[in-house]
Design a protein around this ligand. Sequence first.
Ligand SMILES: Nc1ncnc2c1ncn2[C@@H]1O[C@H](COP(=O)(O)OP(=O)(O)O)[C@@H](O)[C@H]1O
Ligand SMILES: [Mg+2]
Length: 211
Amino acid sequence: AGIPTPDYICISIQHPDPDPQKVKDLGFPLVVKPVCAGSSVGMSIVPNEKELPAAIEKGFQNDDTLILEQYIKGTELTCGVLGNQEIEALPVIEIIPGEGHEFFDYHAKYVAGATDEICPARIDEQTTQKVHQLAVEAHRTLCLKGYSRTDMLLKDDQLYVLETNTIPGMTATSLFPQSAAKAGYEFGVLMDKLIELAIEENKRTNLRRAQ
Ligand SMILES: Nc1ncnc2c1ncn2[C@@H]1O[C@H](COP(=O)(O)OP(=O)(O)O)[C@@H](O)[C@H]1O
Ligand SMILES: [Mg+2]
């Protein structure tokens, strides 16, 4: 879909050994992650070839397919979108994992205060526009409805999409509600909005089925 991502290869439990040349092309450090898990579970940042087999084994404990991905050392950004036909991009959040966190790992995600979250992100207007555009494009490409949140990395003015969260965390302190509040949707208003969007989409789909 023309959405920029880090370079990657996939391996499966049936063919678990990655092509050495392709691993070389990705370079080290590289990121090993289960395709279907979330919350950084089963994921490793692998510093060298020697530690790759252990990381692959850990990954396969969580999923039958793994992504081996080029490591991008950049600024971590995430952007929520809201809407059905017309999609609104919410203010971009910058994520800074705290001391002792090599990346936005499970602990950094779920322990209060383990991560700094800055909204709106400290990026220029042009980059903000690009982030918004990519978050909307990723949402549309994946045929999502109502809302989603896309994680990205920014390095040397280049954006890399990591993933789109189809059911982003929705506690009052989660990233999506934080950013929605900045756009004027306080938590209760956001819940009403999500329900309205779901009903609207359901009506539209039922109408189409009836035709
Ligand atoms: N290619 C990468 N380069 C650098 N860091 C990465 C990369 N992929 C993931 N990370 C780090 O790992 C975290 C989790 O990865 P992500 O792809 O968002 O999966 P999930 O959040 O579903 O576990 C990211 O927020 C980021 O901190
Ligand atoms: Mg993520």
